[in-house]
Design a protein around this ligand. Structure first.
Ligand code: HEC
Length: 262
């Protein structure tokens, strides 16, 4: 029994030493040596936008010639869960781009309105679908809005919304209005201008989704109207009349009216 064990251990030590010696004897100095688990050293590159057509060392030339991430069909809408109200907010914006939008704001390929300004004027009817039903809801909304504003708008519009952002005070840029002078605008027009751009302001459609823009509409209203945040009920209290320019209904009729247009 003792002898068998001794023999086994002697052979194993010899075998392991032999393997180590063999594995380390590689003449090519650039060789990585013996790879026991190549999958772990070289995991197959599966990247959505780059198809190398090479999986585990095998190259597939046919696959290499194919665009890997296909462009979705026109009119396809991203999936945003199952909550009907949220899906509604995220549906493609139903207002057509300004008639001169390709020249003025690089909106090539967008479906344009028939006469300049007609969609901007019609946007007066569009209500903000995001509600401020309680103080807590409003606080969360303005917190999210503040972050979006600071990253996408403040450099032009300024911390106080007075049009004196660093882009303006540095002299690089001019013509940014003080939000206080914009009290006559409807929420829907504020959305339209952020989405498609206006004058020297670029289009933000590719930078922000609908929910983010409506959040910013609330945030900008805080600059436009001094009492925008007043009179909000605490959580659990019955909602009082919504503050000026806010309505909790979604304009569904217009979406369908536009469908006939397409
Ligand atoms: C590059 C600078 C710049 C940036 C960035 C910018 N704006 Fe503007 N914004 C302007 C200028 C300039 C105008 C005046 C446009 C006009 O009336 O000719 C304007 C106008 C507006 C108006 C008034 C629109 C109207 O219909 O009269 C609103 C509201 C507004 N901006 C909100 C925003 C928000 C929100 C953001 C961030 C998502 C933003 N802007 C980002 C420069 C900018």
């Amino acid at each position: 029994m003792k002898r068998t064990f001794k023999a086994i251990s002697t052979y194993s030590i010899a075998a392991i030493t032999g393997m180590v010696v063999l594995a380390s004897c590689v003449t090519d100095p650039d060789s990585p040596g013996l790879e026991y688990m190549p999958d772990m050293y070289r995991s197959p590159a599966v990247e959505p936008y780059v198809d190398y057509g090479r999986v585990q060392g095998a190259e597939d030339m046919e696959k290499k010639m194919v665009q890997s991430a296909m462009t979705p069909p026109a009119g396809a809408i991203p999936y945003y869960g199952t909550e009907a109200a949220h899906v509604e907010v995220m549906l493609p914006y139903h207002r057509l781009a300004p008639a001169t939008g390709d020249v003025t704001h690089g909106l090539y390929g967008w479906e344009k309105e028939d006469s300049l300004g007609s969609e901007y004027n019609a946007a007066v009817a569009d209500k903000n679908p995001l509600t401020l039903a309680s103080k807590e809801e409003a606080d969360a909304m303005f917190k999210a809005g503040k972050h979006l504003y600071e990253t996408k708008c403040m450099h032009c519009h300024g911390e106080k919304g007075d049009g004196n952002g660093p882009m303006v005070t540095s002299g690089a840029y001019a013509g940014v209005p003080d939000y206080k002078t914009k009290t006559d605008l409807a929420d829907g027009q504020v959305f339209y201008s952020i989405y498609y751009g206006k004058g020297a302001m670029g289009a933000h459609a590719s930078l922000l989704n609908n929910e983010q823009i409506w959040t910013l509409v609330h945030y900008v209203n805080k600059f436009r109207f001094d009492d925008y945040m007043k009179n909000l009920p605490a959580a659990g209290e019955a909602p009082v009349a919504a503050p000026a320019a806010v309505d909790s209904t979604v304009v569904v009729e217009d979406v369908h009216a536009e469908e006939a247009h397409h």
